[in-house]
Write a protein that binds this ligand. Structure first.
Ligand code: DX5
Length: 219
C-alpha cells in the first residue's frame, strides 16, 4: 500500500493541532519540515512542536531535517517523539555516522536527496536506512510545482532497491497532488508527502482519502 503523509508545513499555524487532527484518521504519517534558514532560506519550527503534538496523536511522525549540522539535533528530536528522522546527504560529510546516530537514538533513519543530487549519494548507506526521500522540488517552500524529471529518479531508485532486495521506504516530497499522485506511486514511491494539495483543499480528509485511492488502484 502506498502511504500518504500530510505535510504539516502547509497548515494554518493558528489552528495547527485542529488541522492535523482533522486528517488524523486518513494520515499514514505526519511529515514535519524542520527548516533552519541556512540549508533552506526559511525557518519553520523545532523539536518543541513535535514534543507538544506527540501526546495528541498516535500517527507516526516523519521528521525531515532540512538543516545544516543535523547531527546536533538528533537527540532532541528523538526524545521529542519522532518516529523517523531524515537528514540530507548534501550536508552530511559522514553520512554513515549520522545515520548510525539516528538509529542509536531509537528512531528510524532516512536520507534525503535534493532534485539535483544524484541517486549514488545514498549508496554508502542504502542498506542501513529505513527511508529514502527524493525531493521533487527544491526544499524550503510548499506549494511548488513537481519537478517532472524526478519521476525518472523514482523509477531508477525503485529498480535499484528491488534489484538489491532492499525494503526501505521510498518517499517523494514536493508538488504532489490529485493529478500526479497515481503516476508517482506507479513510478515506485511507497510514501507520498503532500502539503498544499491537502491542507489548501476544501476538505483535507477527503483529499487524503482520494489520493490514497488513486495511489493504490484496485488490481
Ligand atoms: C519543501 C517541503 C514541501 C512540503 C510539501 O521544502 O518539503 O515539499 O513537504 O509541500 P507541497 O505538497 O505543497 O509541495
Amino acid at each position: 500500500m502506498v502511504k500518504i503523509a500530510p505535510a504539516v508545513l502547509m497548515v494554518d499555524y493558528g489552528c495547527l493541532a485542529e488541522e492535523i487532527l482533522a486528517v488524523e484518521k486518513e494520515a499514514d504519517l505526519f511529515q514535519f519540515d524542520v527548516m533552519d534558514g541556512h540549508f533552506v532560506p526559511v525557518i519553520s519550527y523545532g523539536a518543541s512542536l513535535i514534543r507538544s503534538l506527540r501526546p495528541r496523536t498516535t500517527v507516526p511522525f516523519d521528521v525531515h531535517l532540512m538543516v545544516q549540522y543535523p547531527e546536533r539535533y538528533i537527540t532532541d528530536f528523538a526524545k521529542a517523539g519522532s518516529d523517523y528522522l531524515t537528514v540530507h546527504a548534501e550536508v552530511c560529510p559522514h553520512l554513515d555516522r549520522t545515520i548510525r546516530q539516528i538509529k542509536e537514538a531509537g528512531v528510524k533513519a532516512g536520507v534525503a536527496l535534493n532534485p539535483s543530487t544524484p541517486l549514488e549519494a545514498v549508496d554508502p548507506v542504502i542498506r542501513e536506512v529505513d527511508l529514502i526521500l527524493l525531493m521533487s522540488v527544491n526544499p524550503g517552500f510548499g506549494g511548488q510545482t513537481f519537478f517532472a524529471e524526478v519521476e525518472q529518479k523514482v523509477e531508477q531508485m525503485r529498480r535499484r532497491l528491488d534489484t538489491l532486495q532492499i525494503r526501505c521506504e521510498l518517499e517523494v516530497d514536493g508538488g504532489i497532488n490529485v493529478e500526479n499522485c497515481a503516476r508517482i506511486a506507479k513510478a515506485g514511491a511507497s510514501i507520498l508527502v503532500v502539503g498544499s494539495a491537502v491542507f489548501q483543499s476544501p476538505d483535507p480528509a477527503a483529499t487524503v482519502r482520494e489520493m490514497k485511492r488513486m495511489a493504490n488502484p484496485l488490481p
